[in-house]
Design a protein around this ligand. Structure first.
Ligand SMILES: NC(=O)c1ccc[n+]([C@@H]2O[C@H](COP(=O)([O-])OP(=O)(O)OC[C@H]3O[C@@H](n4cnc5c(N)ncnc54)[C@H](O)[C@@H]3O)[C@@H](O)[C@H]2O)c1
Ligand SMILES: N[C@@H](CCO)C(=O)O
Ligand code: NA
Length: 437
């Protein structure tokens, strides 16, 4: 029997993910120790309420309400409390005491990531966060390690399970957003307050993390353009399907060139988008997540699986525990988060993409020509026009769907505002970006 040195692991928070991490560590600790070459000992679990019910049994002697003392005696600290404070304070304390740190907290990383990475670099500690994006799906480590020799060009991610579940049900069952949201809450996919999911805040935090890592640049959360799914109607989803698209809430992180200045930079945005039905992302159903990535040498890759769930997310946390523990055994400084590219983060107005615009127009001669002229005047090239047939004389208006070639957001926004103020257009009923063509 090999005698291992013991690594002391402190866990902060024993909710959906934390309780599963504790249970897996206690159950498989011996096996993981073999993989690491050091003993992995869960020395304590900081909780708010010692008597609260938990999704997995934790021996009472491990529970404590004194998080600070627990942190100060640990080699590896796992933060699964969520929220900004005291999570930030505890992680700084852990890093400054020389411990490696593991977190699943995307809100914390998207807000205080640069500060935390800097402390980690100064003290030579590691900060791991595989569970923060895409839950169980390996995406942080592939970006940081496997693709470190390549140049990532673009990421299209379905990184919020709740909104994917909602949009998927609207598509496959024809249900309304309100109906499905209520079900998602009942099934435990959505939070009691689902704002972070449906308004795109959760996806925007993940986009900031992915873009920073993929482009070796600090991408602050405030620089991520964000639109949620609340304005999406069942009719829009059905019309998209008829036209060969599905509606997905996408996190799009890409290299862009500012059309005015020619400056090269990066952009991160979250919004509902039309995805062609034969694109791999269109096949991501239910609450699953997927990250579709284009790299210069690797080409297209897709990472797919469970983006949430206590047990699934615990898998990613345990992977980080093994990585951190291996470094303790090997010794040496941690790998610093590289932001050396330091590219400018450009506003959404610099982004170029395609659009499908649905208009209610007067059904009379000259209307189409007037609308086409308006697009041309703003430098937006029309790719296809489709008019919905109406029964004869049933209505003096027609529905016009205009697909565009790539145009800048700025040109498109100017076109839409011109359409809104022209007489022949009675309503601009939908403007959706098309991705993945
Ligand atoms: N649940 C998922 O599927 C999932 C997926 C990916 C990432 N995450 C992230 O994992 C983290 C944990 O999520 P969760 O779903 O387990 O949340 P949760 O609400 O179920 O658990 C958090 C636990 O932390 C405890 N806690 C809060 N403040 C504390 C404090 N000061 N001291 C001690 N305990 C404290 C709470 O009482 C609660 O039990 C979050 O950052 C979340 O964003 C969760
Ligand atoms: N609320 C998130 C949980 C995982 O971060 C989701 O729906 O994907
Ligand atoms: Na992950």
């Amino acid at each position: 029997m090999i005698e291992y040195r013991n690594l002391r692991i402190a866990l902060l928070g024993a909710g959906s993910v934390g309780a599963q991490v504790a249970s897996l560590l206690l159950e498989h600790g011996a096996e993981l120790s073999e993989r690491v070459g050091a003993g992995l000992e869960l020395v304590g679990v900081a909780v708010r309420d010692l008597d609260a019910p938990r999704s997995a049994e934790i021996p009472p002697h491990l529970l404590t309400t004194d998080a600070r003392s627990l942190i100060l005696g640990a080699d590896i600290v796992i933060e699964l409390m969520g929220g900004l404070e005291p999570a930030r304070e505890y992680l700084e304390l852990a890093l400054n005491s020389g411990a490696d740190v593991i977190t699943a907290n995307k809100a914390l990383l998207a807000t205080y990531g640069p500060e935390l990475f800097e402390i980690a670099e100064q003290v030579g500690a590691q900060l791991y966060y595989e569970a923060a994006v895409g839950g169980a799906i390996p995406i942080i480590r592939p970006l940081r390690d496997s693709l470190a020799g390549d140049r990532v060009l673009r990421i299209l991610g379905i990184v919020n399970g709740t909104t994917n579940y909602i949009l998927d049900r609207m598509d496959t069952e024809g249900d309304s957003l309100e109906e499905v949201l209520a079900d998602a809450q009942r099934l435990g996919y959505a939070e009691a307050d689902p704002t972070a999911d449906v308004e795109g805040y959760d996806a925007a935090q993940k986009a900031a993390i992915l873009a920073s890592l993929a482009f070796h640049t600090t991408v602050p959360l405030e620089a991520v353009y964000r639109e949620g799914i609340l304005a999406i109607t069942t009719e829009q989803v059905a019309a998209a399907r008829k036209a060969g698209f599905v509606v997905k809430l996408l996190a799009v992180c890409e290299r862009v060139v500012d059309p005015e200045s020619g400056v090269e930079g990066v952009s991160a945005r979250v919004h509902p988008a039309l995805v062609p039905i034969d694109h791999p992302l269109a096949a991501v159903h239910g609450a699953n997540n997927a990250v579709f990535l284009e790299a210069e040498a690797a080409g297209s890759l897709m990472f797919y699986g469970a983006g949430a769930g206590g047990m699934q997310t615990a898998s990613a946390v345990l992977g980080d525990v093994v990585s951190a523990a291996r470094r303790h055994v090997i010794g040496g400084p941690g790998v610093a988060e590289s932001t050396q590219a330091n590219l400018p983060v450009l506003p959404i107005s610099s982004v170029r993409t395609r659009y499908r615009i649905t208009l209610e127009v007067a059904d009379k001669p000259g209307v189409l020509a007037a609308i086409a002229t308006l697009f041309a005047e703003h430098g937006v090239s029309v790719e296809a026009v489709q008019q919905d047939a109406r029964p004869d004389g049933a209505s003096p208006t027609a529905t016009l769907v205009i697909g565009t070639h790539e145009a800048t957001e700025a040109a498109l926004a100017a076109t839409v505002s011109a359409l809104e103020s022209t007489d022949v257009v009675s309503a601009v009923s939908s403007v959706l970006r098309v991705e993945g063509l």
